[in-house]
Design a protein around this ligand. Sequence first.
Ligand code: NAG
Ligand code: NAG
Length: 307
Amino acid sequence: MRSPVLLSSLLLAAPLAVSAAGTLGFAVGNTNPDGSCKKQSDFEDDFKAIQSNTDATIVRTYSSSDQYANPCNTPSEVLAAAKSAGIKVVLGMWPDGGAYAKEKAAIDAANPTQYGDTLYAITVGSEGIYRGTYSADDLVGWLKDMKNDYPDVTIGTADSWNGWANGSMDSIIQNVDLVLANGFAYWQYQEISNATKTYFDDMAQALGHVQEVSGSLDKVKFMNGETGWPGTGGTDAGAAKAGDDNMKTYWQSAVCGLLDWGVDLFWFEAFDEPDKPDAIGDNGQKASEQHWGSFTSDRKPKFDMHC
Ligand SMILES: *[C@@H]1O[C@H](CO)[C@@H](O)[C@H](O)[C@H]1NC(C)=O
Ligand SMILES: *[C@@H]1O[C@H](CO)[C@@H](O)[C@H](O)[C@H]1NC(C)=O
């Protein structure tokens, strides 16, 4: 085994090999503040706000049929909007609770390959191993099924950085083209002054282990699938204090810093979601997930998002 110090050096080596900065992306929800499904025109408004206030060129979604109650048909709506805006999409499937077939039907109905390189990748699942909502075996089966039906599309999945780093997801690393490793210093109860260090350490461990298991520096594409910090109105997590000032500090230090190292990342999330139910945090307590946007729900930027 390589030591964590050496694993970190793999990440440190990456930007020397590629001089370009990492790509900035945003996580976007598929419902409007009133709970209705986003249509093409809603996603177009999202992309207009993102493109006029940030350097982002890609977004990721989470579910294709419905995440809460509505049948949203997100793939056709988001891909059409993205194509006209010149944005790339990582199309998410939410297979939890027996929804894989329904999610796949929504993908198939959109015929996503017709959108060319607007479709960057398809991801099956988001943090389901971490949350215990599906098993690694289930996930490998779904990933193989998607790769079989979409051999030319980049297929991946998203999960917490520690699952990618600690060996519990090695069977998945061997069956994906793309790893999205989520990392939140906030959920690790870090005070803002130590948050960037924690985030970099998380990403270095996850990337190092993916490289080790895949036996290559770049055979499996690695991106930070989510990072973020709750803004004003959000819940504190130990020493991690919610607030727009801390969100801005985290962006300038952690987000701009990781992009500078050449790692692609998705900010969670673009827009506040006032309709979103509370999440259960690592401490078992309810935490608001409504104030994580770097834009308000009516698409006003909370701070300058250029690095
Ligand atoms: C690895 O990380 C996952 C995801 O956080 C966790 O559920 C699991 O208990 C960890 N396994 C080990 C062996 O530490
Ligand atoms: C700061 O972050 C590092 C990396 O995650 C961690 O090892 C250390 O314990 C943290 N320091 C404090 C004071 O929490």
